[in-house]
Design a protein around this ligand. Structure first.
Ligand SMILES: [Zn+2]
Length: 385
């Protein structure tokens, strides 16, 4: 048994606020309330301790794709993001043939059963051809509830979220079906009007898939889905904070309007995250990554990101000027709550999994602990009595 670890001296972001010179006790895989005498003490002075990050929307990393790779490839992607502080990850697929996606769900649900991922997010094929982004147009389909059901069933209880264009035929019935099955219905890749989006939320949609991206812009006579999703208290909005997908002012507008409790920062990462520039496949589509920006070779649409959540954190504080506590909510507590996992993860509290991130004074990542084990060892000052 590893000795109990006591991390001392850090600025610790707790659900109740930030504590200077706080301490976090790690006993086995969990956070504990009290430490035994023989505990190992680690001096984390000058650092921040925040909960591990939870990514609701992530297609891959480290050169590997969650839509096409082997189980080992998928693990490579997961581990790449863990090195950047993402201790909980929902694996997202891109549009594919329905039978192919059902088989993918089988492979990914095994990884969910092994505790490697928190579940599966199907992004497409039930999305709008008008707002398809980096999804293959010929494979798109209307959201027939029977087909939505087929994917949910193939995930064996691990389907967490389905992104769909709710204005398409069968859209609202599909939202109701997902809500009944405890799967998040996310409005996205949509060409809906404001009024159509209001109806989707009434039917049970609770997430906006990368708000602003792949949906009509906000107009003063046609407020569109962005306004409908921002103004309804029941909706959490995903934001991709990589500096490419959103202008910082648009991000701040959404953050301030929705409030910190209704934002989830996501990566929407593709294979190149944590890997490098070059040519990649996103599902069947070819993508060129240059200077960390992924675009379709044909047409030039932005094709996911190369973001990792540690960078999203640092940007949110240092570029966007958001309070650290709000950023922690958007990266940990809110997505954990959406996934129904807030009894186990999402905050630094006794009894929860010891998932935490160590940041330096400039908010650069220095350490990552997942379930009590260092994924990235911060080499803190040690004293073992
Ligand atoms: Zn995506």
């Amino acid at each position: 048994m590893a000795p109990t670890k006591v991390l001392t001296g850090a600025r610790v972001v707790l659900p109740t606020g930030t504590v200077d010179g706080g301490r976090v006790i790690v006993d086995g895989t969990r956070i504990a309330a009290t430490a035994p005498e023989e505990a190992e003490t680690l001096d984390a002075s000058g650092h921040w301790l925040v909960p591990g990050f939870v990514d609701l929307h992530n297609h891959g990393g480290g050169g590997a794709s969650f839509t096409s790779g082997t189980a080992d490839d998928v693990l490579t992607g997961i581990r790449t993001h863990r090195l950047h502080g993402t201790t909980t990850l929902v694996a997202s697929t891109v549009t594919g043939d329905l039978d192919f996606l059902a088989r993918r769900a089988g492979l990914l649900s095994e990884l969910a059963e092994q505790g490697e991922i928190a579940g599966i997010h199907f992004e497409g094929p039930f999305i709008s051809p008008c707002r398809k982004g980096a999804h293959s147009e010929e494979l798109l389909r209307d959201p027939d509830p029977a087909e939505v059901r087929k994917l949910v069933d193939a995930a064996r209880g691990h389907a967490k979220m389905v992104t769909l264009a709710t204005e398409l035929p069968g859209g609202l019935d599909s939202v109701r079906l997902l809500a009944e099955h405890g799967v998040i219905a996310a409005v996205g890749h949509t060409d809906a009007t404001y009024e159509q989006t209001v109806r989707a939320v009434e039917a049970g949609a609770t997430v906006a898939t990368h708000l602003f991206n792949a949906m009509p812009p906000l107009g003063h006579r046609a407020p569109g889905p962005i306004t409908a999703l921002l103004e309804d208290e029941r909706v959490t909005v995903e934001l991709i904070n990589d500096g490419t997908h959103l202008h910082p002012a648009a991000l701040r507008l959404a953050f301030h309007h929705a409030g910190a409790a209704r934002v989830a920062f996501i990566t929407d990462a593709m294979d190149a995250a944590g890997f490098g520039d070059g040519r990649y496949m996103l599902g069947p589509l070819e993508v060129e990554v240059a200077d960390g920006v992924a675009r379709l070779v044909e047409g030039g649409s932005i094709a996911g990101s190369t973001l990792t959540l540690d960078r999203a954190f640092q940007r949110a504080v240092t570029v966007d000027g958001l309070p650290v506590e709000d950023v922690v909510a958007a990266l940990s507590a809110n997505p954990a709550r959406l996934l129904g996992l807030d009894d186990r993860i999402g905050s630094l509290e006794p009894g929860k999994d010891a998932d935490l991130v160590v940041l330096d004074a400039d908010f650069a990542l220095r350490g990552v602990m997942r379930r009590g084990e260092w994924v990235v060892d911060p080499q803190l000052g040690r004293s073992v009595p």
